[in-house]
Design a protein around this ligand. Structure first.
Ligand code: SAM
Length: 290
């Protein structure tokens, strides 16, 4: 009998199911079905397994190609990541809830938390030469970049999970007589659209997965610009967080691999990071959608 662990999308174990010895010989297989976003947002406690839609489950059982003597079956699973390339972003709702709480606090209430409250310099420098159009700010935070863009004539859409930070941004926008179309939702499930944006801002939002690059490429208009900035892996090592930050050349490679961009600017250099306000090696990229 193979043991199948059945988990809610929030990570709570619902139970175990028994499968036959035949399945056991197959090894490990993961089936993950994302949860509708509205349900995730309501799920602010780790309990609501019953409240969740029945599609919000992750099923896992063991599959080991070495133990399975069916070559075609093995080939299918080995190629699965290739078929999935660029298709869908994974969502971990427990992690998102943790981030929501953390960023609401850091960006709006924690007076000791150090970050640059002015717009990101790479964003400011990049848009200097551009005609204002439609901008998408992925992870808008407390709105420093969205607000700057809106004040400079851009029509801005922002996405973020931190509801209090977004509310703070909208309050500042109102005070400045500008508007921001803000969406409190994870960017993984937000519809970026197709050929929609003249500018996509992805700063201090982690490194790139192929699925994210593919969504951004599809969402930008031809001639639209992507601005990216994040910590380098060497910064992560310096912070004693060895898996944090983007590995050397990984962002450039991800953009090159997509084939849809022309890189206008790419650096991996030490500078003052907007978050933490300390000297760290940073990855910066500006790319034009072909
Ligand atoms: C370091 S702050 C950066 C905010 C903004 N980009 C800036 O440069 O000021 C990270 C932001 O990402 C948001 N965030 C984290 N995970 C997210 C997700 N999966 N979807 C949308 N926003 C997310 C957090 O709520 C937080 O506001």
């Amino acid at each position: 009998m193979t043991n199948v662990e059945w988990r809610s999308s929030l990570g709570a174990s619902i139970g175990n199911l028994g499968f036959s010895d035949k399945l056991q010989r197959m090894g490990i297989l993961f089936i993950s079905i994302p949860c509708p976003i509205k349900k995730i947002r309501k799920a602010s406690t780790p309990i609501p397994v019953i409240a969740l839609n029945s599609s919000c489950i992750n099923l896992s059982f063991h599959f080991n190609p070495m133990k399975n003597n069916k070559p075609l079956f093995n080939l299918f699973f080995l190629l699965l990541p290739v078929f999935s390339y660029g298709q869908e972003e994974k969502i971990d709702s427990a992690a998102i809830e943790h981030e929501r709480i953390r960023w609401n606090k850091s960006l709006t209430r924690d007076t000791t938390y150090k970050f640059n409250k002015e717009a990101n310099t790479l964003v400011v420098e990049t848009v200097k030469g551009l005609k204002p159009g439609k901008a998408l700010d992925l992870g808008m935070g407390q709105g420093r970049n969205s607000l700057f863009l809106a004040k400079n004539g851009w029509s801005v859409t922002g996405v973020d999970i931190a509801d209090e930070a977004v509310a703070f941004a909208l309050k500042r926008a109102k005070e400045s007589n500008v508007s921001i179309d803000a969406h409190v939702t994870p960017m993984e499930t937000f519809d970026f659209g197709t050929n929609q944006w003249d500018l996509v801002v992805h700063v201090y939002e982690g490194c790139f997965e192929p699925a994210r690059v593919s969504k951004i490429e599809n969402a930008l208009k031809p001639g639209g610009v992507l601005v990216f900035e994040f910590f380098h892996r060497e910064a992560g090592i310096k912070m004693k967080r060895p898996t944090f930050g983007c590995e050397r050349n990984s962002i450039k490679t991800a953009i090159d691999r997509s084939g849809g961009f022309k890189i206008l600017h790419y650096t991996e250099e030490v500078g003052i990071a907007d978050y933490g306000l300390k000297k760290y090696k940073m990855v910066k990229l500006v790319a034009l959608k072909k």
